[in-house]
Write a protein that binds this ligand. Structure first.
Ligand SMILES: Cc1cc2nc3c(=O)[nH]c(=O)nc-3n(C[C@H](O)[C@H](O)[C@H](O)COP(=O)(O)O)c2cc1C
Length: 202
């Protein structure tokens, strides 16, 4: 497969948000595609589709760390697979969030940055309960992701989770996309980015 980079800067060359997108089959996505399309043209956002850019799992650690260093908000967006992140995002954690850079001795590169987890699940909200098929509240599955961010000194924001994505009709998905866009616009407005001056992607 040819390597493609779906990564661009749109806010006067200044990326305040780095959105790491991890869908193993981007062309088959319904829910994540809507969420991504709703925000990808926001000013100050840089998007990296991991499975498009690194189909062989050969992550460019220097480039990823540089993108993270530029950002003030880091977003991890993906469908939930087996109560966790897709394999390439886990690999990205393992390679990019390295000792001496993200944590440990001198590892302060991400300290103070905001981190937003945006995920979709097949299971509806009520299936994530003691009575439901998943037997636990969804928050129980959040912990490893949350602690990954916290361990690197990032500020963990309230996650944006779209439950029951399998069965959602187009209008519901669109509403989810709009809600996420409004949330990021608010974040940009309060962090020095002007969400009204949207730039153009390629
Ligand atoms: C391998 C695999 C594992 C999955 N594991 C879960 C899971 O643990 N919990 C859940 O609610 N949904 C699970 N799903 C459903 C996906 O989360 C769901 O299809 C996705 O969020 C829909 O988003 P999309 O339209 O962008 O693909 C799984 C799907 C696949 C293919």
């Amino acid at each position: 497969m040819q390597k493609t980079r779906e990564s661009f800067l749109v806010y006067l060359g200044k990326a305040m948000i780095y959105l790491v997108y991890a869908h193993p089959y981007p062309s088959q996505s319904r829910a994540n595609r809507v969420l991504l399309d709703a925000v990808r043209d926001l000013p100050g956002i840089e998007v990296c589709s991991l499975y498009d850019r690194y189909p062989d799992f050969g992550i460019d650690i220097v480039a990823e760390q540089a993108a993270l260093s530029r950002a003030r908000l880091v977003i991890w967006m993906h469908p939930v697979f087996w109560y966790s992140v897709p394999g390439l995002l886990k690999h990205w954690f393992d390679k990019v969030l390295s000792y001496g850079w993200a944590y440990g001795d001198g590892g302060a590169a991400l300290r103070g940055k905001d981190c937003l987890w945006v995920a979709t699940t097949g299971g509806k909200l009520e299936t994530y309960s003691v009575e439901g098929i998943h037997q636990r509240p969804f928050a129980d599955f959040t912990r490893p992701i949350e602690e990954t961010a916290r361990f690197c000194g990032m500020n963990w924001l309230e996650p944006s989770i779209l439950h029951g994505a399998h069965e959602m009709e187009a209008p519901q998905l669109a509403a989810g996309g709009l809600q996420l866009r409004e949330r990021l616009e608010t974040w940009l407005a309060t962090h020095g980015g002007d969400a009204s001056t949207a730039g153009a992607g390629p």
